[in-house]
Design a protein around this ligand. Structure first.
Ligand code: ATP
Ligand code: MG
Length: 443
């Protein structure tokens, strides 16, 4: 294992003062996997005040000192150094009531969640691996340290962490750990919305097919609105999977970012409510609007930032829009959705079609071709936007428009220019506005 220079310096500095010091947890796991660790955590038998005195002259943060963590800023980056500790009782199932410091690294490792996260390393001592983490890592298994039910009972967030790590690496859960996940998922009601949100994002932005399928009960525990989708047959030739099965396939087909994956996770959540059968065929008219309303509630409840929420709701609202592979439509769609929004919507159509029955997956190819045509089109003729429109809000105000009317007048002109009904020049737009917008005006 090759450590960054700054981290080696931290270990050497602590050891030169007679302490023992290791890198621990995620960085050991990721190094063994040949992945670049996100950061390096250091564990030591030095007590917090000893850590502070070892790094005299450095900028130090002590907000985690109650749990034994001191952050030392080295070359602009904080390094977390934590005293070996064992946790006390978890009466709130979230945080230990107290922590006790210890001199033994093995004890510190025993409080950690999974075997692959419970390894430590130091250059002259090799890897400390008391729970068989290396073996589990080789086999791709997430296994709780100790009794899984006890460990999930202490801190229910570990239930989702297990799924997140399994999804990230495309691994499975050990049988006992898996059984405890199913059995104890109800404990997640003790966990804050923000922490659930972060784990959910981690789960869906991985190789998550197996996790979404095998742990649909846990996913529906955090998003109960998905429960009716599980096992819901669609009765249409386009689908060979249930609503939930299609959802999982569409999530996994999507590019790996939170916006796209959340969009696909929630895009059909309104289907069960809008389902009806006609002549032996299932229909879901208006399901996108119902999906939007349900998704809004879910995203609010899980405290997603407005930026994420607005984008996801926009994509869900229009996920079933009929599109055309023609310049006329491209101009119009870019005026309506914005150029970026339009291309994102095409992608959503691609992912949605990739979740359909084999006989219809080729439709995704049509949207890929359309995307290519649209890119070529806008490279030659930049999309019209409110910015490139030859009139502005100021012009509307000069004409006497007020309040929301200003935006509506500009949108009207943008659509008209995009449709080719009117040239994008100030005199032409103002003339067109005078002659045509009056019909739309309410006052
Ligand atoms: P990531 O790559 O996502 O940062 P990580 O393993 O570093 O993964 P962190 O949340 O940064 O995860 O935690 C660092 C280490 O602390 C973990 O590897 C694990 O040993 C321990 N740990 C973190 N959260 C818990 C928990 N809820 N219960 C027990 N141990 C935990
Ligand atoms: Mg980490």
């Amino acid at each position: 294992m090759v450590l960054p220079k700054d981290i080696s310096m931290v270990l050497e500095r602590l050891e030169s003062r007679g302490h023992s010091a290791y890198v621990v947890g995620g960085c050991v796991r990721d190094s063994l996997l040949g992945r670049q660790p996100a950061d390096y955590d250091v564990a030591t038998d030095a007590k917090p005040d000893e850590i502070i005195s070892a790094f005299e002259g450095y900028h130090i943060y002590t907000s985690g000192i109650k749990h034994g963590t001191v952050s030392v800023v080295i070359n602009g980056a904080p390094v977390e150094i934590t005293t070996f500790r064992v946790d006390g009782d978890y009466s709130d199932r979230r945080r230990p009531d107290s922590v006790r410091f210890t001199d033994r690294i093995e004890e510190d490792l025993s409080r950690r969640d999974f075997t692959v996260n419970a390894m430590a390393y130091r250059p002259d001592g090799g890897i400390i691996d008391p729970f068989g983490g290396r073996e589990d890592l080789k086999r791709g298994i997430i296994r709780a340290v100790g009794d899984p039910a006890t460990r999930f009972g202490e801190d229910a967030l570990r239930i989702l962490r297990a799924l997140r790590f399994a999804s990230r690496y495309g691994w499975s859960l050990d049988k006992d750990t898996s059984d405890a996940v199913h059995e104890l998922k109800g404990l997640l009601s003790d966990i804050s919305a923000e922490r659930i949100r972060d784990e959910l994002c981690g789960i869906i932005t991985g190789e998550c097919m197996r996790i979404l399928t095998e742990y649909s009960d846990v996913i529906c525990g955090i998003i109960p609105e998905l429960a009716p989708c599980v096992g819901f047959e669609q009765h249409t030739k386009y689908h060979d999977k249930t609503v939930y099965g299609h959802t999982a396939a569409a999530v996994c087909a999507a590019e790996n970012n939170v916006i796209m994956r959340l969009t696909m996770l929630l895009h059909d959540i309104g289907k069960p409510d809008t389902f009806f059968m006609k002549d032996g065929v299932g229909h879901f008219y208006g399901h996108a609007d119902v999906s939007v309303e349900k998704a809004r509630e879910i995203l609010n409840r899980l405290r997603f930032p407005n930026k994420v929420k607005d984008k996801v709701l926009f994509l869900i609202r229009h996920h079933g829009t009929v599109m055309q592979d023609s310049p006329k439509y491209f101009r119009r769609a870019a005026a309506k959705y914005g150029e970026e929004g339009f291309f994102e919507l095409i992608k959503v159509h691609i992912y949605d079609n990739m979740g359909k029955a084999k006989e219809y997956v080729w439709e995704a190819e049509q949207f890929r071709t359309m995307e290519k045509h649209a890119r070529e089109f806008f490279a030659a003729e930049p999309a019209l936007s409110l910015k490139s429109l030859a009139v502005s809000g100021g012009d509307m105000i000069t004409l006497g428009y007020k309040g929301s009317e200003i935006g509506r007048a500009l949108d009207f002109l943008l659509r008209s220019a995009a449709d080719g009904n009117c040239e994008n020049s100030k005199p032409a737009l103002l003339k067109y506005l005078k002659e045509n917008f009056g019909k739309d005006r309410e006052n």
